[in-house]
Structure formats: C-alpha cells, structure tokens
Design a protein around this ligand. Structure first.
Ligand code: C2E
Ligand code: CA
Ligand code: CA
Ligand code: CA
Length: 278
C-alpha cells in the first residue's frame, strides 16, 4: 500500500510538472502563433426550428500546433485571456470568419449569418466598435450577417459602458447574443435593459434535459421568458433526438450541437452545409 501511495505521488508529480511545462510552452508559442499562421477557424451550424435549414454558423478557433497537434480553446483561451493575447487572436478570428463568410456569399451560396465569440477583454476595449466596423468594411461583409456572442460576465461589468457599446453595435446592424446563458448571475429582468437579440442556453442545461426535471424546467422557463422579452433562443450542445424534441416542443428557435455537426473546417462546412442560392 505504501509503494502504491508513492507511485501515485510520483505519477502526480510527473503530471504536475508536465502540465506546468505544457502551460509554459503554450504561453510561449501562443505569442508566435498568429505570425506563423497556426490558427484556423472551424464552423458549426445552427439550424432553424421551423425550416430545419442552417441559418447561422458559429466560428470556433483551433490552434494547429507544429508539435502538439490540434490544441483546443479550453487549453489556450484562458492563457490568451490572462496574457492579453486574446485581443489579437480574437481580431484575427473575426476577420477570418467575416472574410470566409463574404467569400461564400460571393461564390453564390446561400447567405447565412456568422456568429463570433468576443472575450471580456475584447469587450473592454475602448475602440471595439471601430475595430469591428473596420473589419466589416475591409471584408465587404454586410453587418446584418454578423452576430457577436458575449458572456454574462461581460454584461455585469460597467453597465453604462456595456449598454452604450451594444447600442453602437446594433446601430451598425450587428446582432448581439448572450452566450452560456444561465451559468452566470444575470437575470432576464436585468437583461431587459440590454439591446441584445438572442441568448444561448448553456450546454450544461441541455445535457440533462431529459433526465433532470430541474434542468428541463430551467430550459423551458428561459425560453418562455426570453420570448416575452422578444429575444430568440439558441440551444447549444444538442446531442440527441430526445433533447431536440423537448426543445422543439418548448419553442426553442435554433439548435446547435453534435446531433447536427461538430465544428468543422471551412472546406468541410462548404461541402456539407452550403448550397447554391435558388
Ligand atoms: P462556446 O462559445 O460555448 O462554444 C461551444 C463549445 O461547445 C465549442 O467548444 C463546441 O465545439 C462545443 N460543442 C458544440 N456542440 C456540442 C455538443 O453537442 N456536445 C459537446 N460536448 N460540445 C459541443 P470549443 O470549440 O472547444 O470551444 C470552447 C470554448 O472556447 C467556447 O465555448 C468559447 O468560450 C471559447 N472559444 C472558442 N473559439 C473562440 C474565439 O474565437 N474567441 C473566444 N473569445 N473564445 C473562443
Ligand atoms: Ca459561443
Ligand atoms: Ca456557449
Ligand atoms: Ca458553453
């Protein structure tokens, strides 16, 4: 038993060290990743409840690391947030996603919206609205096709600034969605004063929607209240037909999740989900 304990301890130390080393490597390499063109945008479809058509796609960043392979956002976004590198990475993602969307429109494909994640750090930038509008201009993309996803944490800080920024984005024609809804502290009542157009119910509520009556009740309550506030509702993390059925019965507007597709590279998205305009 003593030996086993020691082995476990050594294994733990080893994992600690290699984890720590990996984190340092990530931080170090992250600084060069944009320059070396190692980021790639994947796209995941959002389907309309009534028509079953793809109406929007979420842009999700991937890092193709030369030695580590594909690094998921959960491993580098927190590091990017801490170091401030998220500002450049986020801008790169926005530009690339808008460029790709415009390219698809020019090629004669159906026009669908692009939804891009904005980190709290990006949102705090005084010049955010200018940055976004200049990227749209640069890409030639109509602002009506852009949705920005912000989290509840963003909306809790410095309310006047947040409301002003959201209004300016709205005036440009950009829509704003609250991501991971239900995980933070904001209430829908408080969101009422926000110029936003939709919210995304967090995956954690969708996951157990069939087995957990509390989660089911929360999800249907969010949908009903959001509709009263004239907001559209997107469910994220939809994996099964049963979940989809429940969400449809409760009038959820759009669905995103593995049931439809995982996030995929642009080329694959084009093959699977783009069709020529009729
Ligand atoms: P998120 O914005 O909540 O994005 C949804 C995440 O759920 C994605 O993970 C997606 O792959 C995953 N997902 C979608 N459908 C399903 C499903 O049916 N089942 C399961 N288990 N997962 C599903 P991903 O791509 O690993 O991204 C994780 C998080 O990293 C994102 O969560 C977002 O917070 C952040 N992120 C990703 N790209 C960006 C970016 O460009 N900028 C910023 N600021 N954050 C990003
Ligand atoms: Ca998101
Ligand atoms: Ca989300
Ligand atoms: Ca989430």
């Amino acid at each position: 038993a003593k030996d086993k304990g020691r082995n476990t301890y050594q294994k733990y130390r080893y994992e600690m060290n290699s984890k720590h080393a990996k984190r340092i490597k990530i931080e170090c390499d992250l600084r060069k990743a944009i320059e070396f063109q190692e980021f790639e945008v994947y796209y995941q479809p959002q389907t309309d409840a009534d028509t079953g058509k793809v109406v929007c796609m979420e842009a999700l960043v991937r890092w193709n690391h030369p030695e580590l392979g594909v690094v998921l956002p959960s491993e580098f976004i927190p590091v990017a947030e801490e170091t401030g590198l998220i500002i450049n990475i986020g801008e790169w993602v926005l530009r690339e996603a808008c460029r790709q969307t415009k390219e698809w429109q020019e090629a004669g494909y159906n026009h669908i919206k692009i939804s891009v994640n904005l980190s709290a750090r990006q949102f705090q930038q005084e010049n955010l609205v200018e940055t976004v509008s200049s990227i749209l201009r640069e890409c030639g993309l109509d602002a009506n096709y852009l949705v920005l996803e912000i989290t509840e944490t963003v909306s809790m800080q410095n309310i006047d600034f947040v409301v002003r920024t959201l209004k300016e984005l709205n005036e440009l024609g950009i829509q704003v969605s609250i991501d991971d809804f239900g995980t933070g502290y904001s209430s829908l009542l408080y969101l009422k004063s926000f110029p936003i157009q939709s919210l995304k119910i967090d995956r954690s509520f969708i996951r157990d929607i069939i087995d957990d009556t509390d989660d089911a009740a929360i999800a249907s309550a969010i949908i009903a209240m959001a509709h009263n506030l004239k907001l559209k509702v997107v469910a994220e993390g939809v994996e099964t037909e049963e979940q989809l059925k429940y969400l449809k019965e409760n009038h959820c507007d759009n669905f995103q999740g593995y049931l439809f597709s995982k996030p995929v590279p642009a080329e694959e998205f084009e093959k699977k989900f783009m069709s020529k305009r009729s």
